[in-house]
Design a binder for this molecule. Structure first.
Ligand code: UDP
Length: 468
């Protein structure tokens, strides 16, 4: 029986969450697994596939066409979340995520059952986003090895992992205090914790998701982190005492080392090209502004930032998603003249890697941080939700490759103008740039041949095969 099992080819069923910031690392993980000779079935939510097809203007879009043509064994398929593709999941986020918690597990169960039945000759295992509430239950039902993939920093994972400890100490939901009892985290103030751990968000779906998913992840066979050991050694070492954890990041860059860029275009929205506009600007003179793919920025904040940027007189590109353009001040585009460019969505890595870019005003999404480091661009931080305030702590307080936009006080246009001007000035940006360059070296050294992430990935594959 054991021999028969060992001879089967390893086959991953990979199920990603539907957010841009999760899709990108997940797809790159699929490519990496396949490049190690494993078979992969990559499952996208039907509506994500629909959005990708629309954004690429291709009817029968196959995310992995090129990969398959180059000989990798990746099958691409979809699963329905029970809603029509046109349903606005971002507008009805709470209702939608409640349904993902409640109804989606049964759909995954059926899907996985059929997949196993039709692939009896493969040694199937599961790779699911850590934030799902069903992986351990389903893996147990079908006797599958269960790999959990965490797409955020280990610091955030560890805080979520120790929810019970936080609760016992009166910090979940939390009051303002310094915390110094979490294994591998020297000290963190509760104001740097994820907002979903705080009283104000207790009635939303976010804490429910985290409670459920972190109950499940404790039963995972392996946990993959899209981070770098050298950046979070104490946190990762402490986590390793409980379960096998592997820091394999940044996966999007390690997957495509040769090209030094993620190859597959994974944008859920059509990209505007900023190259021509940038070509008329001086090197290092343009501030890139983006709040990522998910968070809603309030009208007040958008207005203050818009006025502040105009007052600062720096050049800027601002990626303002969909409806949020309505919140810009009246006549803003006329006032900014050729100093600014507003786009709904762009190829962020392409923009960040343009030498005209001198800084990134970011919400501190984990992908944005990694991309900024990769392109050696310093950050000015304005975190809003989810993991962002905690990620900010790493960027500003620990790694010192960025500064705060507002230092915890409510933002106003005059303060923004002053901080942005200071941030983009030659003296400030020189120091931050040097620090960012050192961080880039850490990333590069981790993913190159023989680096920590490269070695960890191979260890993971070896340990996985031993368990299949
Ligand atoms: N992004 C992009 N174009 C844009 C804005 C964002 O390609 O105009 C990409 C960005 O490169 C990153 C992802 O969207 O990979 C956002 O992920 P992140 O983790 O930074 O933030 P989230 O969207 O999850 O809040």
């Amino acid at each position: 029986m054991a021999t028969e099992k060992m001879q089967k080819r390893p086959h991953a069923i990979m199920i990603s969450l539907h957010f841009q910031g999760h899709i990108t690392p997940f797809v790159n993980l699929a490519l990496k697994l396949a490049s190690k000779g494993l078979s992969v079935t990559f499952v996208h939510n039907e509506f994500v596939h629909h959005k990708l097809s629309k954004s690429h203007k291709i009817n029968e879009f196959n995310l992995f066409l090129e990969a398959c043509e180059s000989g990798l064994d990746i099958r691409y398929t979809t699963i329905s979340d029970g809603f029509p593709v046109e349903f606005d999941r971002f507008l009805h986020r709470e209702e939608y995520m409640e349904s993902i918690l409640r109804d989606f597990p049964a759909r995954v169960d059926e899907f996985v059952g059929k997949m196993i039945e039709s692939n009896p000759s493969l040694a199937t295992f599961l790779v699911a986003d850590t934030l799902y509430s069903w992986p351990a239950t389903i893996a147990e039902k079908y006797n599958l090895v269960n790999v959990s993939f965490w797409t955020e920093p280990a610091l955030v994972f560890s805080l979520d992992y120790h929810l019970e400890l936080l609760r016992q100490n009166g910090h979940f939901p939390c009051k303002e205090e310094e915390i110094n009892y979490i294994p591998g985290i020297e000290s963190i103030n509760t104001r740097d914790l994820m907002p979903y751990l705080k009283e104000a968000e207790m009635a939303t779906v976010a804490p429910k998701i985290v409670i459920n998913s972190f109950r499940e992840v404790k039963k995972a066979d392996f946990i993959l982190h899209n981070t770098i050991y050298e950046l979070e050694p104490a946190t990762l070492s402490a986590l390793n005492k409980n379960q096998p954890n592997y820091a394999i990041g940044p996966i999007s860059f390690s997957q495509n080392l040769a090209k030094a860029n993620p190859a597959t275009n994974l944008s859920l929205w059509p990209e505007s090209d900023c190259t021509e506009w940038l070509s008329s600007k001086h090197p290092g003179s343009v501030l890139y502004i983006s709040f990522g793919s998910l968070v809603e920025v309030s009208e007040v904040v958008i207005q203050e930032i818009a006025h502040g940027i105009l007052l600062s007189e720096v050049n800027f590109i601002w990626a303002v998603r969909g409806g949020m353009t309505n919140a810009l001040p009246h006549g803003f585009e006329d006032k900014m003249k050729d100093k600014g460019l507003i786009v709904p969505w762009c190829n962020q890595i392409q923009v960040l890697s343009n030498p005209r870019i001198g800084g990134f005003l970011t919400h501190c999404g984990w992908n944005s941080i990694q991309e900024s480091i990769w392109c050696r661009v310093p950050m000015i931080c304005y975190p809003l939700s989810y993991d962002q305030p905690t990620n900010r702590k790493l960027v500003v307080d620990v790694w010192k490759i960025g500064i705060n936009l507002s230092d915890g006080v409510p933002i106003n246009r005059a303060g923004i103008a002053e901080n942005v001007r200071k941030f983009m000035s030659a003296s400030t940006s020189k120091g931050l740039r040097m620090a960012a360059r050192k961080m880039k070296d850490i990333l590069w050294n981790a993913i190159k041949n023989g680096g920590s992430s490269d070695i960890n990935f191979d260890h993971f594959i070896k340990d996985l095969k031993a368990k299949l």
